[in-house]
Design a protein around this ligand. Structure first.
Ligand code: TNX
Length: 707
């Protein structure tokens, strides 16, 4: 008897302990909710017995919640219609309680959790918040506690998007669905799907079946950064209209609109390969095997080409209910149009004249863009175009996607256009996220760590509050020239898309990077659970040893006889002898960039010193037009006026079979004593097998040392 009561007590104690140790939800998630008040009441206990109760219209939302709980906690919850019960998790629509669209409130009380939304989207975001707050432990299937709290939340920007390019490398439909799941998890509501480009046409068009028979496949791909080697692997794929309709439905359930992009009139070489008569020269063309900007564009003077575009857009609108249709407009070289009789005749016919701002061919592109905008608007939709469409006389109804910095967006907002901010300098997730590029997967270049994404201010100070209202949203882009698998897409996306999600959802004043990183740790557990690939740099910051040993030149007065290019001048000459080394990214502020100019630096050693060596580093990134120097010279002087040469080196140009990277050039000379040292570094011209042939190569130099 005694023994038995001991056992009972022990069992009771155990179960009490087990209760105490129930895992707890934590509302510090990405994006951070706008208002959170946690109170000290007894927490709500979520268990397999908890029922999800939904109001009319929210059944799919209830299913999502049940699926998410199952993913994380390992139990399925029952779903029922709400009939005034006072327990469970209740999903409600309550438009009168909110001022903003997509807003929600979560009220966690000891007995009941209520997720109330102004609309179904709001309820959906409330569900996302709850889902991300749940404790993720691999041991799950246990109950968990939700601290009692009130969360009041709504997005800052109505347009919260991400883009994906399945043209350069095809991305299978199932992976695109996972991408949509990723967007939903980050409270995004727009998916910009880039469906046509030079390297592949990806959308079935019934009226032009050859577009996908021919245009969806290329017979090989350039190796590396546009060198002269190609693989011979046929690459491609496309989405049928049925698949796209299925995808649209999939996204819509997750409150995401899919914006299709047909990039016109440039980036059309895959279409030209299919229908060569639509180009100025008549071809032949191939589905492009290189990256970059093709000069082969649609012939703007050819009525057949215009009708083709109209047909394509109409079919696209038959498939996609999106209120926005993206018609591209970026990077359309005019060399063919300048030489084309039809284009020139069209210019005459339309009475187009060039002016000091834009050429007549620029205005010809405006004619194409505006004509297509009419087709789109005739069906009650709005066009989005890349910021190049401002070059000419674009119609005011067009939404501008500002990618070449924020300048285009600023100009557009001043002119009264709505604007989506997607500047490459902050939001191109095809750029490197670490400087340690030897340990990174292949990449287009650049350097865009999570910190920098997080520092972006979508509302430029240059705009008045009235003009700022035109900034309807923020978007990041993932171009896939160098991203050949979906695992790699995910790696480029996360956690930078966490930073983006906070830019889109939160107010700028609320940003604290360290706190954000902690919230990302929680997100990372969810990524692990879903087997999402993601980058981990922010969780284990790299410590670089990136200073040079002090030498005669370190931090001495230094002057440049020719100035670096404005864009890469940073803090000026002192970058060259501040003791800090540049790494692999040319735009880190640690390199000075010269284009068609000579680096000619004079260092005042402040007193005469004996020396035998000088050295400097230069960066090579051939895809970015950055080559090694052609020549280096060292001169010395006692008075700073009369210099004599002590060493010279000629350097052959790097070829495509040479590696890119950082190279050190060291010049040795007879011992000499002097007070001034001059280092001169000249650049090469781009070679014939480079896309930029005819232009100078860039030279990027850092840290001059003398000893
Ligand atoms: C520019 S962004 C492009 C794309 C490239 C991308 C690479 C834009 C409108 N055009 O065609 O893929 O750079 O970062």
């Amino acid at each position: 008897m005694k023994k038995l009561s001991y056992l009972i007590v022990a069992a009771l104690l155990l179960s009490a302990c087990a209760k105490e140790q129930l895992p707890q939800a934590n509302y510090d998630i990405v994006p951070q909710p706008k208002e959170l008040t946690v109170n000290e009441e007894k927490p709500f206990e979520l268990s397999p017995k908890t029922v999800i109760r939904y109001e009319d219209g929210l059944q799919r939302e209830a299913q999502f919640l049940s699926e998410y709980v199952n993913d994380i906690m390992g139990f399925a919850m029952e779903i029922q219609e709400y009939q005034g019960q006072t327990d469970g998790i209740v999903l409600k629509l309550s438009p009168d309680d909110f001022d903003q669209a997509e807003a929600y409130e979560i009220n966690v009380t000891p007995k009941q959790v209520t997720i109330k939304g102004t609309d179904a989207s709001g309820v959906f975001y409330g569900i996302q918040t709850l889902r991300k707050s749940l404790p993720i432990s691999q041991l799950s299937t246990a109950n968990c506690k939700l601290p009692t709290a009130i969360i009041n939340d709504h997005p800052t920007f109505p347009y919260r998007g991400m883009h994906l390019d399945p043209c350069r490398h095809f991305i299978p439909l199932d992976s695109v669905k996972v991408y949509i799941d990723m967007l939903a998890m980050h409270n995004m509501n727009q998916f910009h799907f880039h469906l046509s480009d030079d390297q592949g046409w990806r959308i079935e068009i019934k009226k032009y079946p050859e577009l996908t028979e021919i245009g969806a496949y290329r017979n090989g791909t350039v190796v590396g950064h546009n060198g002269n080697l190609y693989d011979t692997i046929r690459h491609g794929g496309f989405y049928t209209q049925d698949e796209l309709r299925d995808l649209i439905q999939y996204a819509a359930e997750r409150h995401i609109n899919i914006i299709p992009e047909i990039d016109l009139p440039g980036h059309m070489q895959a279409a030209l390969a299919t229908y060569p008569q639509l180009g100025c020269t008549g071809g032949p063309y191939e589905v492009w095997r290189r990256w970059g900007v093709s000069e082969e564009v649609l012939c703007a003077g050819n009525e057949e080409a215009m009708l083709f575009l109209e047909d394509v857009l109409n079919e696209v609108m038959d498939i996609f209910p999106s209120p926005y249709i993206h018609i591209g407009g970026d990077e359309c070289p005019k060399v063919r149009w300048e030489q084309c009789l039809k284009c020139q005749a069209k210019i005459k016919e339309l009475g187009i004249k060039g002016d000091e701002r834009f050429s007549k061919e620029d205005y010809l592109q405006s004619y194409v863009m505006n004509r297509m905008a009419k087709v789109v608007e005739a069906r009650g939709r709005r066009v989005i175009g890349w910021d190049e469409i401002l070059e000419g006389n674009v119609s005011e109804t067009a939404i501008i996607m500002s990618w070449r910095g924020t300048e285009g967006g600023i100009e557009a907002a001043r002119k009264g256009h709505d604007v989506i901010m997607a500047p490459s300098s902050y939001l191109y997730f095809d750029y490197y996220q670490s400087e340690d590029i030897a340990n990174e997967p292949s990449c287009i270049g650049g350097y865009l760590p999570v910190e920098r994404v997080y520092s972006f201010q979508p509302l430029p100070n240059e705009l008045t509050p009235e003009q700022q209202k035109h900034i309807i949203g923020v978007q990041a882009n993932i171009w896939t020239e160098y991203i050949a698998s979906f695992r790699h897409v995910q790696y480029m996306a996360m956690p930078r898309m966490d930073a983006l999600a906070e830019l889109q959802w939160n107010n700028p004043e609320e940003r604290d990077f360290d706190a954000f990183v902690e919230r990302c740790r929680k997100m990372a557990q969810l990524y692990d659970l879903y087997h999402y690939n993601y980058a981990k740099h922010i969780f284990n910051p790299q410590v670089w040893t990136d200073t040079v040993a002090p030498n005669l030149a370190t931090r001495k007065p230094i002057t440049l006889r020719e100035q670096p290019n404005e864009q890469y001048a940073y803090e000026g000459s002192k970058v060259l002898n501040d003791g800090e080394l540049g790494r692999s990214s040319y735009n880190s502020g640690r390199w000075l960039g010269f284009w068609g100019k000579t680096l000619d630096a004079v260092i005042d050693l402040e007193q005469p010193a004996e020396m035998t060596h000088a050295r400097f580093r230069a960066l090579v990134n051939k895809g970015a037009w950055i080559y090694n120097p052609s020549e280096a010279k060292v001169l010395v002087s006692d008075d700073g006026e009369n210099f004599r040469e002590v060493a010279q080196q000629s350097i052959p140009i790097s070829t495509w079979s040479d590696k890119d990277g950082i190279f050190t050039y060291e010049l040795e000379f007879e011992p000499i004593t002097a007070k001034f040292v001059e280092v001169v570094v000249k650049g090469h011209d781009l070679p014939e097998d480079h896309d930029g042939f005819g232009h100078p190569a860039w030279v990027f130099v850092d840290e001059i040392e003398v000893w």
